[in-house]
Design a protein around this ligand. Structure first.
Ligand SMILES: C[S@@+](CC[C@H](N)C(=O)[O-])C[C@H]1O[C@@H](n2cnc3c(N)ncnc32)[C@H](O)[C@@H]1O
Length: 265
């Protein structure tokens, strides 16, 4: 996310709590992660692979299957790793780790994959520095992240109710592109996909965000209970956006490929 206001302990605790419910509501996450998988070059033979922010391990297992190699799943949330280990065959390895300080040797990985995790890093450039360091020359980092415009309907509906930050902040695309250009990789590619989900009721969206562990964790969020009157005002504001298919919730997903040059150490 764009501002350094994310408390990593809270992020880890929130995703750990969500480990048991995440897979039941992660349809969008499956779709955008699968689209990222589909973008991986299949001309390259990857030997050492890691999934950063692996969550319940769905894509860790998918990578292991696709490349017929053991994959290392890394996540900051111990609860997610426990769940992932329980759901997975024994050949995979799991490690508690922060994407901004990877406990991996330099030039040790051929492929780093990361789906919908890096928007939780307060300092994306740090995470990309780490990715560059641990990749072998010729290695590839494939990640996706949410950019500005994501959950814009919820943000604007809250704006109509009060001035607090109720929705996680997402980086504007030009800022992301600037970071990618400055990350030192030999080449990079970034494409944005828009996904619009629809809900019968606002409560379905807010419950889903909670079940994913992805509800608002930004500093500046209001503390205490959300009063009934404010929730009614929020519902009224969101209802003005209702379409024939329901209440829309937009996600803007940047799909990114970064390549470390064969001559880069
Ligand atoms: C939305 S989930 C995505 C999980 C999985 N990649 C998927 O697509 O289903 C985000 C994951 O990123 C992890 N995460 C958040 N910040 C992290 C960090 N700084 N380092 C490593 N993992 C992090 C969370 O614990 C969570 O499991």
């Amino acid at each position: 996310m764009s501002d350094a206001v994310i408390d990593k302990q809270q992020v880890a605790a929130s995703f750990s709590r969500a480990a048991g419910t995440y897979d039941q509501v992660a349809e969008l996450q499956r779709n955008v992660g699968s689209n990222l998988l589909g973008r991986l070059p299949d001309t390259v033979q990857f030997e050492a692979l890691a999934d950063i922010g692996c969550g319940t391990g769905y894509f860790t297992r998918a990578l292991a299957q696709r490349f017929a190699k053991p994959v290392l799943g890394l996540d900051i949330a111990e609860g997610m790793l426990r769940y992932a280990r329980e759901q997975s065959p024994s050949g995979l390895a799991w490690l508690a780790a922060d994407a901004e300080a990877l406990p991996l040797r330099s030039a040790s990985q051929d492929l780093l994959f990361s789906s919908l995790a890096l928007q939780w890093c307060p300092q994306l450039p740090l995470a990309l520095n780490e990715a560059f360091r641990v990749l072998k020359p010729g290695g590839c980092m494939a990640f996706n992240t949410l950019v500005a415009g994501t959950l814009v309907e919820l943000r604007e509906a809250w704006q109509a109710v009060d001035g607090f930050v109720h929705v996680n902040r997402f980086m504007p695309l030009p800022q992301l592109q600037g970071i990618l250009a400055g990350a030192g990789f030999a080449s990079w590619h970034c494409e944005v996909e828009m996904h619009v989900l629809h809900y019968a009721q606002l409560s379905e969206l807010t419950h889903e965000l909670k079940a994913l562990g992805a509800h608002n964790l930004n500093a500046g969020r209001p503390s205490g209970l959300t009063g009934r009157a404010r929730l009614r005002a929020l519902t009224t504001a969101y209802e003005t956006r209702r379409q024939a298919t329901g209440l829309p919730a937009t996600y803007q997903v940047a799909q990114v490929l970064l390549f470390k040059g064969l001559d880069q150490v």
